[in-house]
Design a protein around this ligand. Structure first.
Ligand SMILES: Nc1ncnc2c1ncn2[C@@H]1O[C@H](COP(=O)(O)OP(=O)(O)OP(=O)(O)O)[C@@H](O)[C@H]1O
Length: 801
């Protein structure tokens, strides 16, 4: 047995060990505290004007951040980093402006990490930092950089960009210290996620701030900021920064430091970027693009268009033409997963061509892009700067070319000049010019889905020009739209009705996300209403043209709502110009030559045939049934004529036919005359039958007496006088083998054997006969009926069956 002192020994040992641990912990805490204080002192004393900012190691940064930067192989801060980081570390609000590709992301991520580190932020303190990006692509990229340079920190960080289940996302948000988000999705969480605590927020960052502050995001950002505490640090960064006082007050910025590192430089685009423009008619843009791609097969090219429809059409046609370089296309309407996958594939490619909308115009850091091509001119100079900024990043070389219609040249050059953009005109070499007009026309002619896409592309382009605010550059009247339609393979230019009103501008500035289904967080009403694929199909105006094949063609992961949204404020009128146009003028349909019109089953609605497939569909009774409407209830009279069961006359019509009494009298007279007429006919028939029977009976009697040959044996005899009571029974169905004499006679006149059907054979016939004999009910007539009562009894028996 262990003695008492032995027992006490391990206890004392345990206590000693515990104490040692506690001491070590408090020592560590003390040391951390001291180092934090030292860090804070270093920050306070750091004077960017005199201090060395040429190395990250010279900046007053915590060791986890410094290690993260070192591990990411960044040694020398860029200009914007060298100036913005120290100021932000000192707690200043910042308005940071620097050229594209100059390292703004790190300029705001480092202060974010440092702020939370110095505040010893834990997951129990709620959300400490919020970084807002205008697009999902940019948010993903920022998050990736954060995880790279923040890898030695122990903060929890999350990405909130939509496209995922809100509930799943919400569950994890409560534990996050840093969030990178898009405005709409974040607002949705702030409105609905109960565990998300933002009262403690330390720092708010707006990347591409001018974009986030503009009309498209206005309401979402304002509502989002409402949720945040006013006591916080705010950092705004962009390549095209504005100093609008209204924006600053909206964000409650306090005495912000404006850091514009390239303000005094000769150009507002990177020096290593060569910029060109070429003048090409709108109708030749696709030809020029094709020629350009063919001449640059060993390059990484990024091509910008003004809308998703343009992107899709150009992508589809170029894909069919196989220029000899991998092609990708990216637009806001694609599903999140596909967008990310395309972005990653293109980023990893050495030689490739990406057709895109402005969804990747800002911030996205594709490595080593050689050429930025702007097929559709940018809406303003800021957009131009951001687009071309996808190349020549961080001191690398890059080239850009802008396609301009001659009507756009003067206005656009004026705008570019005013913002210090050095751009030179170039011409396409004659031997490099290629025409794909014929191929495009053939493709579009053969493929209705492509034709549909072409008309959509046309409409969206015209619409985008119409919506442009800068009318000095964009003038719809100066564009040759017929030629443009022809270059898209269309037989004519669709006529477009533009909706009027303020909303157009607003919609134009809406981020695509706000218009698309997947991002319908912008419109909670829309979100609530669940629309199935079938709903969407029926909502489509061109359902018959938009086929499954089309869906496959565009690899359709697109959100159709985005498409619908465009059509919401644009009414497309189509013009009739066919040969056999019996369609009303207001039918609003374009009939390219060679199209036909087919009338609907009811003959009322004409259907326009512009393809073989449509013609086939219109000839299929089954498919056309859906246009036929519901069936009518009709009844057949004795003559087999169909009538509606009730037909209630209008009061007016009724009065026109005379007084009610007169009409009643006329009706009775008419009916009496009809009955009389029918009576005469019936009587004659009965008389005739009676005569026949009499003849037969006489013949039988003669045969029995050996005077005449055998004839049919009548079993029932009608009374001689008056009406035959069996005359009406004869028309009734008779069960089993029981038949009246009249029927028996009729049967004799008919062929004995029914004509064989193709599926019946003799054995089947036999079986039927046997079955009938076995199963059929036979009424035995024991005695010959004599009296009227006998006949009635017999008739009753027959009827009972
Ligand atoms: N200090 C640095 N040293 C080396 N490379 C850097 C440094 N800072 C940033 N970079 C690199 O420069 C590139 C551009 O950086 P970043 O994307 O932050 O530019 P940006 O200014 O945000 O551009 P944009 O205006 O287009 O959004 C990135 O590939 C990044 O890794």
């Amino acid at each position: 047995m262990p003695s008492r002192t032995d027992k006490r020994k391990p206890q004392a040992q345990q206590q000693r060990q515990q104490k040692e641990k506690q001491d070590a912990k408090s020592l560590k805490r003390k040391r951390e505290q001291v180092s934090l204080e030292q860090l804070q002192d270093a920050v306070d004393q750091f004077d960017p004007k005199t201090a060395d900012t040429t190395k990250f190691s010279s900046l007053p940064l915590s060791s986890p951040t410094a290690s993260g930067i070192e591990a990411s192989h960044f040694q020398t801060p860029t200009d914007i980093q060298a100036r913005a980081i120290p100021a932000a570390l000192k707690g200043r609000d910042i308005l940071g402006a620097a050229k594209t590709g100059s390292g703004k992301t790190i300029a705001f991520l480092v202060p974010v990490l440092e702020k939370l580190y110095r505040a010893r932020w834990t997951e129990y303190d709620g959300l400490g930092a919020l970084i807002i990006s205008p697009t999902r692509e940019l948010a993903v990229q920022t998050f990736q950089v954060l995880t790279k340079i923040g890898r030695f920190h122990s903060f929890s960080a999350g990405l909130v960009i939509g496209g995922k289940n809100l509930k799943d996302e919400a569950e994890r948000l409560g534990r996050m210290s840093i969030l990178v988000c898009t405005p709409g999705r974040m607002l949705q969480h702030l409105d609905s996620t109960s565990g998300l605590q933002v009262d403690n927020l330390q720092i708010l960052v707006l990347d591409e701030a001018d974009r986030i502050m503009d009309m498209g995001f206005k309401s979402a950002v304002d509502a989002l900021v409402e949720h945040l505490p006013k006591e916080r640090q705010t950092l705004l960064f962009s390549a095209t920064q504005s100093r609008k006082v209204s924006d600053l007050s909206r964000l409650s910025l306090k005495d912000p430091e404006y850091i514009a590192v390239h303000e005094s430089s000769a150009a507002s685009t990177p020096e290593s970027l060569q910029q060109h423009y070429l003048v090409t008619p709108l109708a030749s843009k696709l030809n020029t693009l094709y020629g350009f791609i063919k001449s640059n097969l060993k390059s990484k090219i990024l091509v910008f268009f003004s809308s998703g429809k343009q992107v899709r059409f150009a992508f589809e046609t170029m894909r069919h033409l196989r220029p000899g370089v991998p092609l990708y296309h990216l637009l806001g309407a694609q599903k999140q997963a596909q967008r990310l996958q395309i972005t990653a594939s293109y980023a990893a490619s050495k030689h490739a061509c990406l057709f895109a909308t402005d969804v990747v115009a800002r911030g996205v850091d594709f490595p080593s892009v050689d050429w930025v091509v702007q097929v559709d001119a940018p809406e303003d100079v800021d957009t131009y700067i951001h687009r071309v900024g996808r190349t020549a990043r961080f001191n690398k070389d890059g080239k850009a070319v802008l396609f301009l219609d001659s009507s756009e040249e003067e206005g656009m050059l004026k705008r570019l000049e005013s913002k210090k953009i050095p751009i030179k005109r170039v011409n396409v070499r004659e031997n490099k010019k290629q025409s794909i007009d014929e191929s495009v026309q053939n493709m579009v002619f053969k493929d209705p889905s492509l034709k549909y896409l072409a008309s959509k592309a046309f409409i969206s382009y015209v619409r985008s020009i119409h919506l442009q605010r800068d009318k000095e550059v964009f003038d719809l009247k100066k564009l040759d739209l017929e030629a443009y339609a022809a270059s898209l393979g269309l037989p004519g230019a669709p006529i477009i009705n533009f909706a009027k009103g303020e909303d157009i501008k607003k919609l134009k500035n809406m981020p695509h996300a706000a218009l698309s289904d997947s991002d319908s967080e912008f419109d909670p009403e829309k979100k609530r209403k669940v629309r199935t694929k079938v709903d969407k199909m029926f909502e489509r105006t061109n359902q018959d043209v938009l086929t499954d094949h089309y869906t496959k063609l565009i690899g359709d992961t697109t959100d159709k709502a985005a498409e619908d949204s465009e059509d919401d404020f644009l009414a497309v009128k189509r013009v009739i110009e066919g040969d056999d146009l019996d369609v009303a003028a207001d039918d609003q349909a374009v009939l390219p030559s060679g199209t036909k019109i087919i009338r609907g089953l009811g003959g009322e609605e004409p259907f326009i045939v512009d393809s073989k497939r449509r013609e086939k569909m219109l000839k299929s009774k089954k498919k056309m049934l859906k246009f036929k409407g519901k069936g009518d209830h009709i009844v057949f009279d004795d003559e087999g004529v169909a009538h509606h069961p009730y037909r209630i006359q209008d009061e007016e019509d009724f009065k026109r036919d005379g007084s009610a009494e007169a009409q009643r009298r006329k009706f009775v007279e008419d009916e009496a005359a009809r009955v009389k007429e029918a009576d005469v006919g019936d009587k004659a028939l009965v008389k005739e039958k009676r005569r026949e029977k009499k003849e037969k009976r006489k013949a039988r009697e003669a045969m029995e007496s050996g005077l005449a040959p055998a004839a049919a044996m009548p079993r029932l005899e009608a009374p001689e006088d008056g009406e035959d009571p069996l005359a009406f029974l004869a028309s009734l169905p008779v069960a089993g083998g029981a038949r009246s004499d009249v029927e028996e006679e009729d049967r004799e006149e008919r062929p004995r054997k029914k004509a064989k059907k193709w599926f019946e054979d003799d054995s089947a016939d036999e079986k039927k006969t046997k079955g009938k004999k076995g199963k059929g009910k036979v009424i035995e007539i024991a005695e010959q009926p004599d009296t009227l009562e006998d006949y009635e009894a017999l008739a009753a028996g027959l009827l009972d069956d």
